[in-house]
Design a protein around this ligand. Structure first.
Ligand code: AMP
Ligand code: MG
Length: 346
């Protein structure tokens, strides 16, 4: 199969790209689409044969559920139930963060199949904030299932070229909407009634942070996709290699932990490239990549994370990637989560 990249630089190109993408979705084909988080691999969420193609193309196990995208805030009611006891909070979260990188886990409507939810009785839903994605899903006007457009376990793509590198020959169309502005997967939460205020459990950390969510309830972090793990002992959070580059990656907690091997070439993945953090001058690195140069901003580091990691992975003169720890706050929590899952264990 030939994979075509549809550009969206001009209005004429964009119209054509939108038309092609909507046609593909209606025909039951997959199409890779830009979102503000990472590129998504989209299919008609109500067409089981199309959804099945997502699992086949990504080589994704069926127990790993997909996120469903809706074209309008109200369309959440087409795919999910909103229990009365959490309704106020869910409405507040939608009004505050949609369209945007917040995914809500809610009881599913029967229209959403087991295939999409991995057999769970809940569905993960969000409304994406990207102009091109928005036009496509609005014209398609039904829910779209769209996990990240990468092979299972590998790095998430934040550009059309990154999708091409992993999925060329497996899908007919990639819509190029530029680099992803957030660069990390959406924050996933579930909401439950609590004694004093609602409890907002973060199932996956992402661009929407604890500080932002705190206004709406008590925020707790699930231990490694707790929910999904209960449903299946082999859930994604437990798998050794997730978000992984091809090269080995090590995550340090102190500069002393690093013991180089003779003849091996190492790149440092640095948060802000400051000698005072202790990593920059602790070794003669063969290459240094900095996520947020200067005083360091976690949101900027998040946006650039997969892009920079992909660049390091492509460098022939490097054998191994050594990462500084990232600040354990805000978007830094999401970066740390990816690094821990991508890192070589042991
Ligand atoms: P993605 O690969 O970005 O589409 O994200 C899919 C992830 O969303 C899964 O790996 C799960 O971690 C999470 N997820 C999807 N549906 C559910 C659900 N019903 N309950 C809990 N987590 C979910
Ligand atoms: Mg993914």
């Amino acid at each position: 199969m030939e994979t075509v990249i549809a550009r969206t630089q001009s209005e004429v190109d964009t119209n054509e790209a939108v038309r092609s993408a909507v046609n593909a979705l209606q025909a039951g084909d997959l199409v890779a689409l830009p979102t503000e988080t990472v590129y998504g691999l989209a299919a008609d969420a109500l067409n089981p044969a199309s959804v099945e193609k997502i699992f086949a193309v990504k080589e994704r196990p069926h127990f790993d559920p997909l996120i469903v995208h809706v074209h309008h805030k109200d369309a959440i009611r087409d795919v999910a139930e909103i229990p009365e006891e959490i309704k106020k909070t869910i409405v507040q979260l939608i009004e505050t963060f949609w369209p945007g990188p917040l995914t809500l886990v809610l009881p599913r409507k029967p229209i959403i199949s087991d295939l999409v939810t991995g057999g769970l009785d809940t569905v993960a839903v969000r409304q994406c904030d990207h102009p091109v994605f928005h036009r496509i899903i609005r014209n398609f006007s039904g829910p779209v299932a769209a996990p990240s457009a990468n092979l299972f376990g590998r790095m998430s793509p934040t550009s059309a070229q990154a999708v091409m590198d992993q999925l060329e020959g497996r899908i007919p169309l990639i819509v190029d909407g530029g680099a992803c502005s957030r660069g990390l997967e959406s924050t996933i939460v579930k909401v439950e009634p609590g004694p004093a205020k609602p409890i907002i459990t973060v199932l996956r950390p992402g661009p929407i942070t604890e500080v932002e969510l705190k206004k709406f309830g008590k925020v707790v972090f699930a231990e490694r996709n707790e929910d999904v793990e209960n449903a299946s002992p082999e859930a994604p959070g437990m798998l050794e290699n997730h978000y992984a580059p091809n090269k080995p990656l090590r995550l340090l907690t102190s500069p002393e932990e690093f013991s180089p091997e003779e003849g091996r070439r190492y790149a440092l993945l640095s948060y802000r490239g400051q000698p005072r953090d202790g990593y920059l001058d602790s070794y003669e690195w063969d290459h240094v990549a900095v996520l947020s140069p200067g005083s360091g901003r976690v949101a900027e580091a998040g946006t650039r994370f997969f892009h920079v990691l992909r660049e390091l992975d492509g460098m022939e003169e490097i054998d191994e990637i050594i990462s500084e720890p990232m600040p354990d706050r805000g978007v830094g929590k999401a970066i740390l989560d990816k690094l821990r899952k991508a890192a070589v264990k042991g």
